[in-house]
Design a protein around this ligand. Structure first.
Ligand SMILES: *Cc1c(COP(=O)(O)O)cnc(C)c1O
Length: 286
């Protein structure tokens, strides 16, 4: 889009909004669409070629506006999170279009995604243990939960432990800045011997300091064996997986329970847009 087209597009967008206010009294209060209506109107994959802004505004008027105020925005989020997940080559179970409970949601930041993962992991762990032994006390269990990440993690990861009241261990990374499976396994064993309960692991794909990639194919089996939630923080480097030649760096991603990256970094999307997928439902008490 050149500057002239940008001017025209900007003015047309303002006109659309002003027209909306001018005609608001003649519009329906409730949308007249059925849930799932937008999925049928939009393509299953992101378009490979850009479209003219006129077509985009037209699509907006014809497809999105009839579904205002809801469910249009949520459905657009579902469709575009499928597009984005497919672009990265994420496993099918992370997508809303798979048969399972998984799917993608937009969070405000990678910091929030790490905290959301922590809270879900905490809740699922405590409820699983209490289902197995109803005499257990929820408060006592909560106090024993432990989260793990590497000493290369982003400062927001430590903060999620503080906010979510879970002890967060920063394990020593190898000389390449990666958290190894053996280190994680030993930490789980040490903590279990103290009566603590491993609950949540945050793996880094692209550490902030040196862009190190933790081997998910090592960490994943250790977590799965112990029923520990594995969250992947790929905040800035995750966008690189759009290029198939970099996907080897996320080998083992199928072991992860949740995955997050920031389109508001390398994809040049305005803050705040952090894309989080989970292979399981992000709801508590289940
Ligand atoms: C930038 C970054 C974050 C924090 O991202 P926000 O969206 O600002 O919360 C977390 N982890 C890594 C690895 C980062 O590079």
């Amino acid at each position: 889009m050149d500057s002239q087209q940008f001017r025209e597009f900007g003015k047309a967008a303002i006109d659309l909004m002003a027209d909306y206010y001018d005609t608001i009294r003649t519009r329906d209060v409730l949308p007249s669409v059925e849930p799932g209506y937008l999925l049928k109107l939009l393509p299953e994959n992101a378009p490979e070629e850009p479209e003219s802004w006129k077509d985009v505004l037209n699509d907006f008027s014809q497809s999105i506006m009839p579904g205002m105020s809801s469910p249009a925005c949520t459905e657009l989020e579902v469709v575009t999170m499928n597009w984005l997940g497919k672009l990265l080559g994420l496993p099918e179970e992370f997508l809303n279009c798979s048969d399972g409970p998984g799917g993608g949601v937009i969070q405000g930041s990678a910091s929030e995604a790490t905290l959301v993962g922590l809270l879900v992991a905490k809740n699922k762990t405590v409820h699983r243990l209490m289902r197995n032994d109803p005499t257990l006390n929820e408060g006592e269990l909560n106090a024993k939960l432990v989260a793990y990440t590497s000493d290369q993690c982003n400062s927001s990861v430590e903060k999620s432990g503080l906010l979510g009241s879970m002890k967060m261990r920063l394990l020593k990374s190898d000389p390449e800045g990666r958290l190894r499976g053996e280190t994680l396994k030993n930490a789980f064993e040490e903590d279990r011997a103290k009566g603590l309960i491993p609950c949540y692991v945050i793996a880094n794909l692209g550490t902030t300091g040196t862009c190190a990639f933790d081997p998910l194919y090592e960490l994943g089996p250790v977590c799965n064996e112990s029923d520990v939630w594995l969250h992947v923080d790929a905040a800035y480097a995750g966008a690189a997986f759009i290029c198939p030649e970099f996907r080897g760096l996320m080998k083992g991603v199928e072991y992860a329970d949740s995955f997050d990256f920031n389109p508001h970094k390398w994809m040049l999307v305005n803050f705040d847009c952090s894309a989080m997928w989970s292979a399981l439902a992000l709801i508590c008490n289940s």
